[in-house]
Design a protein around this ligand. Structure first.
Ligand code: FAD
Length: 487
């Protein structure tokens, strides 16, 4: 089992002997978030205590697998890994047989059949196909409740005047002696082995065992799912988790099977415990988005990771790369960056509309931005970066998976959050001292890419707006002067 294949659905029988590998080289190659390193090591070491498991600590996987302490390497089977590099390794090792992938819902062959011949791959089409194929939230051949998509009910701003959404927080994790040992090892690696991390250490916030993951799933379905939908796109400075499930780290470690998560949500709808808008919104994330992103990783050519249709060539500034939230005055960006620094997790909208939007507006290299997300988030893995970051958030593929860039000015942040009230910038102001960096960045992005976006009918109106701006030159001059300084 790779370290992201830890649940029972990766085995053929519960008592099957398991080989796990803990590789230090992974942490030498990339500067990961400290809490991500903790999570993965803790999950591996906890798994090593369950069943017939041998945990080999080695510098590399190849070393561990080709010589796990025996004269002749034993034959090994493994489920299809989640990155091209790992798949390459598996296919090169003579004693390893690769099984089809597990941990996702739609089979690769079904995705290829669905995608074949389509000019544009859109989530909505794939999602409807998957609902029918797996009979989720269906009433015969019709979608439950008569509509496929309840997004219109799920785009509410945060409740007016509220500091918190008012849903019970997920039950806290109780650390144990394995966490203590992991923390001591990471401290030692930093001190003695020159391994470095980004972000702050902190109490473990996410599940590392199946038992912890199931407890979180149960709690979410009972207490948080019913309110997941309406405010799923909203942000509150005082409530970083809102009603999101925070299950991505557990699902991506393989502790939960996405299908069981979907089935629990479906049951909650059928039993009347959760309304359709919330359940549909949640199912769309997993059966739709998560699987879509996974399949696109393999479906698109290997070079897709490096596409850069908007010719974004600026490097990541140090304050962003090093999560220096205190250097940032813009309240939304400072708070979100602090969330990444302190937890390695923020929900989808801060990722897309605060971090990704800022990076795209400034023309930072998409590949470097993707690498940053991969390293800094506790749920970040190679497969999930490519389409989410390069495609969806940076529009570096020119629209192969989305209809328009997710670029937005301060008015979006203002409508969907309570950040702007206490901010030193004004979302309505484009130029001058109070100019919101998102608003100025939005217009400057449009001005820079006017030609590239001109053929996109969804961008026609914003581009028309660009020519009505009386202060465009001043705005562009100011943005140039800002350069890579923290806003
Ligand atoms: P919820 O809002 O409760 O959604 C439920 C589940 O749906 C998630 O747990 C996740 O498994 C799945 N999901 C929803 N959207 C996506 C998506 N676009 N791609 C994949 N799975 C999805 N997700 C990751 O798992 N790892 C990442 O490193 C990651 N990086 C992202 C970077 C950017 C720029 C963007 C725009 C999105 C990224 N996402 C990533 C997708 C999404 O933001 C997270 O899955 C989600 O915020 C995790 O929080 P949650 O578990 O509370 O999600």
């Amino acid at each position: 089992m790779f370290a992201d294949q830890l649940g029972p659905h990766f085995l053929d029988a519960p008592d099957q002997p398991v080989l796990l590998v803990e590789s230090k080289a992974v942490f030498r190659r990339r500067v990961f978030h400290r809490q991500k390193a903790h999570l993965v090591l803790s999950a591996l070491r906890h798994r090593a205590r369950e069943g017939d498991v041998r945990l080999v600590k080695a510098e590399t996987y190849a070393e561990a697998v080709s010589n796990p302490g025996r004269a002749r390497p034993e034959p090994i089977t493994v489920c299809h890994p989640t990155s091209r590099a790992a798949r390459g390794l598996v296919t090169r090792l003579p004693n390893v047989e690769m099984l089809p992938p597990r941990g996702f819902v739609t089979a690769p062959g079904d995705f290829v059949t669905w995608a074949g011949g389509r000019d544009h791959l859109r989530l909505e089409d794939f999602y409807r196909y998957a609902r029918q194929r797996h009979d989720v939230l269906m009433e015969g051949s019709e979608p439950a409740g008569g509509r496929w998509n309840l997004d219109a009910d799920n785009r509410e701003p945060p409740p007016r005047g509220a500091e918190r959404l008012g849903v019970p927080a997920p039950p806290p994790i109780v650390e144990d002696e394995i966490d203590e040992e992991v923390r001591a090892d990471l401290d030692r690696w930093e001190r003695e082995d020159g391994i470095t991390f980004v972000g702050n250490d902190g109490p473990r916030m996410f599940p590392v065992t199946r038992r912890e993951a199931l407890a979180r799933l149960r709690h979410f379905v009972e207490h948080r799912l019913p309110v997941f939908g309406p405010h799923e796109d909203a942000m509150l400075a005082g409530d970083f988790q809102m009603a999101h499930s925070m299950l991505s780290p557990a699902i991506n470690l393989g502790l939960l099977d996405p299908l069981e998560v979907i089935e629990r949500a479906d049951q909650a709808y059928r039993s009347g415990a959760a309304p359709l808008a919330s359940v549909e919104g949640f199912v769309r994330q997993i059966l739709g988005w998560r699987d879509f992103i996974w399949h696109l990783y393999w479906y698109f050519e290997p070079g897709y990771r490096a596409v850069n249709e908007l010719h974004a060539r600026r490097e990541l500034p140090k304050w962003f790369a090093e999560l220096d939230a205190d250097a940032v005055e813009a309240r939304c960006l400072s708070d979100v960056l602090a969330g990444v620094r302190d937890r390695g997790w923020v929900h989808h909208i801060p990722r897309l509309m605060v971090l990704g939007n800022y990076a795209m507006q400034r023309g930072w290299r998409p590949g470097v931005v993707a690498d940053w997300f991969h390293r800094c988030f506790v749920d970040g893995y190679e497969w999930v970066m490519t389409a989410n970051v390069v495609g969806m958030s940076q529009f570096a593929d020119g629209g192969r998976m989305s209809t328009k860039p997710y670029a937005a000015g301060g008015s979006y942040v203002n409508r969907m959050s309570d950040y702007c009230g206490g901010c030193r910038y004004d979302p309505k102001v484009r130029s001058g001292d109070d100019a919101c960096p998102y608003t100025a960045g939005y217009w400057s992005f449009l001005a820079r890419h006017e030609q590239a976006l001109a053929g996109n009918h969804r961008m026609r109106q914003p581009l028309r707006g660009l020519h009505r701006l009386h202060d465009l030159d001043a705005l562009l001059e100011q943005e140039k002067a800002r350069g890579s300084r923290a806003p």
